[in-house]
Every structure is written in C-alpha cells, then in structure tokens.
Design a protein around this ligand. Sequence first.
Ligand SMILES: [Zn+2]
Length: 285
Amino acid sequence: MAYGVEYLVAAGKKAVHAMRRRCISLHLSGPATMCKLFDILVLPILSYSCEVWAVNPKVGAKAELVQRQFLKQLLGVRKSTTNQIVLAEFGRFPLQIPFWKQILRYHNRVCALPNSRLDKLALLDGFWNSNPPHRVEALSGNWRSDVRRFTDTHGQQILYDGISIIVERKKARWVGDFLLDTDHSSLQLYRTVYKAKYSVYQYSDYLSTVRCYPHRRLISRFRCGCHGLHVDTGRLGKDSEHRSREERVCLVCMSSSVEDEHHFLFDCPAYSHIRQQFSIWPHLQ
Ligand SMILES: [Zn+2]
C-alpha cells in the first residue's frame, strides 16, 4: 500500500513539474490560476484510489507533502516555513479533507448495494454495531476499523445526513485549530497581524493584486516569517542550542530589542533615514 502511494506521490511531483513548465511557456504566473490547475491536473493523480489508502493518516500524509511543496514554491518561501501559515495564505485545506469526501462517498455507494453483493457483505462483516466489540478490536488497523473510528467521532447518522456537512465541519475544525494553536510563536504572530482582523480564512488579496513575482515573493516571505531577521535566523546559537525569542536581539542597532517585524519596520534607528522617505505615513514617523 505504502509503495503504491509513493508511486502516486512521484507521479504527482512529475505532474506539478510539467504544469509549471507549461505555465512558464504560456506566461501564466497568477497563484490563483496555478492553484486551479493544481486541483484539475495534479489532485486527481494524488487522490487516485484514495478511498482505499487515505483512511490511514500516515499514508495520506505522503500525498499531503506534494501540495505543501507546490504552495511553498509558489510563494517562494523556505521548505521549513510553517505549514499552517502556507495553507492559510491561500485559504486552502489539507488534502485529507477531499480524501475523506471520496472515502465517505465510496462507503455510501457500497452501503446502497444489494445485500447479496460481495463488497457489501465484506463491508457488513465486522463493521456494524451488532458485531461483538472483540470483533472490531481484531480488525484494528484495516479499512473498516479506520472508517469505523471516523464515524464514531462524527456520528454514524451523519453519513446519511450529507457528506457536505461532514466536509464543512472538518474545515471549520481545521480553521478553529488554526486560530487557537498556541504552540508556534510564528503562527501566533501571523494570525494576530494578518488574519485576526478579518477572522476569515481565505485567499490573501495581495496574491492577486501584486503581479510582479519578486515583489510578491518579498511580501510572502515577510508575512510567512522567513525574512532573514534575527528572530527568524537566530533560533540556534553557535553551540546549536535553541535560543528563546527574547535572546534574538537586533545586531544592527545593537539594542536589546528583539529584531522582529515590528522592530525592523517601526523602531530600529538604523533604518530611520529610509523611514523618513515614507513620512506620508504618520505611523512610521
Ligand atoms: Zn535594530
């Protein structure tokens, strides 16, 4: 199974590469267009037979890498950039959500088959509540038990209420986790500055309005926290030990202030002569 997914991942990467080359020859560089092309040309390859293998989150994560790498290349940010921030820039969701949409559709199609069909009998065997608990335990780690775990989480009845409801709930849960995640300082900053004001998880406007790629890349790198300021590059000291945020002070003005985005834009005296050129913005003075 894992080998089959690796084959799909390799095919997906080739498709991304071919798509990018074709876009360059056609002078297509808009991120929105590229994302649409990804969904049309690459996603069907990555999701091939995902009804079978994507129930296992570890296997599904391999396919997830292709989308993340594509989006990071599109923004021009480093591979180590926080994944949630990259997805949030485009208002996109992990592939596990469309994968589960296909899995549940497949499950409902099999359920609608006559009881005499072999695939329906295979599904019924060990799946429903009428089976003794030890039967389900024995099936741990296979397709039926993974789907069973999912339906236990979301409720058995919801399968028949509508798959779109489940998809919307999973999206809402992802956005909720994104808004409440307190483990990553870079994510907290990004959320506070760029998303908290609108509280909307959607495609960032600048990706459409800034058409010049080098300019757009600079903005993306700044927003995503891979800008090269000391707060970004000073995570590890000379002894390779992790430095706290407070220790990553500005080495340009040699003050004790942390060299973060706010200090660089508004406070650092080393850049005051540049700031004066933009004195039409009163908050920069
Ligand atoms: Zn400074």
